[in-house]
Design a binder for this molecule. Structure first.
Ligand code: ATP
Ligand code: MG
Length: 389
């Protein structure tokens, strides 16, 4: 008999009307994520989702368990050990499967769910039996039914009984796709992968846009961004990285734009192009890793001038975070080590020595007035290379 996985679902439970679409989206995402690990059956009862290997299927249940830790919408998960539907087989399975946790805890209780009503003991009787035996077997343990350190769960189901402990934390958030689609501006830095992850966590499917300034930035810099996107896919699902050729625009701006406004004008072009990508893929927002006060282009005035060219909302989930907080998330999701690889980003090419900290809308529009903005955007969009990860 195979082990199975129990998932505790998040916020959906509270949201009556959306519940059905939450469950359907999550189920589809789970199937997609489980695919490499064998054939599973997934179904939900009372805010628990059961992930069971199909009868006779070869499944890597532990691999699947690890993968499901990265599925948004799941707040907790536990691996459950099957055993015969017999009180002593259940007790033995608890000792074998949860021995380490039983030895480490001081207080515990046993909770039984009985789906199979033909089982000869009631839930309470079975809990009392298993609890009583464990209490004797482990001198370190005392029963505390109100606030135990460890809850031993027993489920008597149709084909088998299952034992498991309290769930481990899941990824939380909402199933990807339930809140529509957004275009995320992905640089090679620390912040934008974290920002992307945070928005995906809120149930948003992402398309990635990267501005690439070959030969000022190297092919390795592009590879690094693709690698960052790849690291995000266990959470986000498959991603398309739209690589935008940005060199021509940057060279044009260097020629024609006052140096101190270069960065903010360049960022306006990024927004225009990202918005065009968004229009084409039905995305309803842009996402950036901007953080208030981090660099010259991240003052409120600069954000105002940059955002003015976009009709879509610009989501900046890390705007109020300290660098250390962003780094902590980057480490946890595994993007940090790649982000700190030392390749140039297009933003560091032609960086002005004294960028204007508080640009005014009027002066920026003036700086752009001799540019054929539409044509520059259209040419960049026409040159986009799409890479699937
Ligand atoms: P990050 O750590 O995400 O690179 P940063 O602190 O270096 O951010 P900036 O370089 O000012 O800040 O960039 C701000 C945001 O603009 C980035 O978080 C990202 O969303 C976007 N951005 C910057 N450079 C690029 C690029 N080459 N391609 C796509 N988006 C970019
Ligand atoms: Mg950067």
């Amino acid at each position: 008999m195979n082990e199975m996985i129990l998932l505790k679902l998040g916020e959906m439970v509270l949201k009556g009307l959306n519940r059905r679409s939450f469950e359907d989206k999550l189920q589809a995402n789970l199937y997609r994520r489980l695919h490499p690990y064998g054939q599973f059956r997934v179904y939900t009862r009372q805010s628990t989702t059961y992930v069971e290997p199909k009868e006779g299927a070869e499944c890597d249940v532990e691999g699947a368990y690890e993968a499901l830790k990265k599925v948004f919408g799941v707040v907790g998960l536990s691996l459950a050990r099957p055993c015969e539907k017999d009180k002593d087989a259940i007790l033995a399975a608890v000792q074998e499967f949860l021995g380490g946790r039983l030895s480490a805890a001081r207080t515990f209780k046993v909770e039984t769910k009985r789906a199979d009503k033909t089982f000869p003991m009631t839930s309470i009787q079975l809990s009392q039996y298993v609890g009583g035996e464990l209490d004797e077997l482990y001198p370190n343990l005392t029963v505390d039914v109100h606030d135990p350190e460890l809850t031993v769960h027993v489920e008597v189901r149709d084909y088998a009984a299952y034992v498991h402990a309290d769930p481990e934390p899941g990824a939380g958030g909402l199933p990807v796709g339930i809140n529509g689609r957004a275009v995320s501006l992905l640089s090679g830095g620390i912040d934008s992968p974290v920002a992307s992850w945070m928005i995906a966590k809120r149930g948003v499917a992402l398309e990635m846009v990267h501005f690439f300034s070959y030969p000022y930035t190297s092919p390795e810099a592009k590879e690094k961004v693709i690698e960052l996107a790849r690291i995000l896919t266990p959470w986000t699902g498959r991603l398309t990285v739209h690589v935008v050729p940005f060199t021509a625009i940057q060279e044009e701006l260097r020629r024609s734009c006052p140096e101190e406004l270069f960065t903010v004008v360049m960022r306006r072009f990024m927004m225009r192009i990202a918005q065009e990508v968004a229009r084409r893929c039905g995305a309803k927002a842009l996402v950036t890793g901007e953080c208030l006060g981090q660099v010259a282009s991240q003052t409120m005035e600069a954000m105002n001038v940059t955002g003015a060219v976009a009709d879509l909302p610009i989501l900046r989930p890390v705007v109020g975070m300290d660098k250390e907080e962003i780094v902590r998330v980057a480490r946890r999701i595994g993007t940090y080590d790649t982000s700190i690889l030392p390749y140039e980003d297009c933003c560091t090419v032609f960086t002005p020595r004294h960028p204007r900290l508080r640009p005014l809308p009027g002066e920026v529009e003036f700086a752009e007035q001799n540019l054929d903005v539409e044509k520059m955007v259209a040419e960049a969009v026409a040159g986009i290379e799409r890479i699937q990860v």
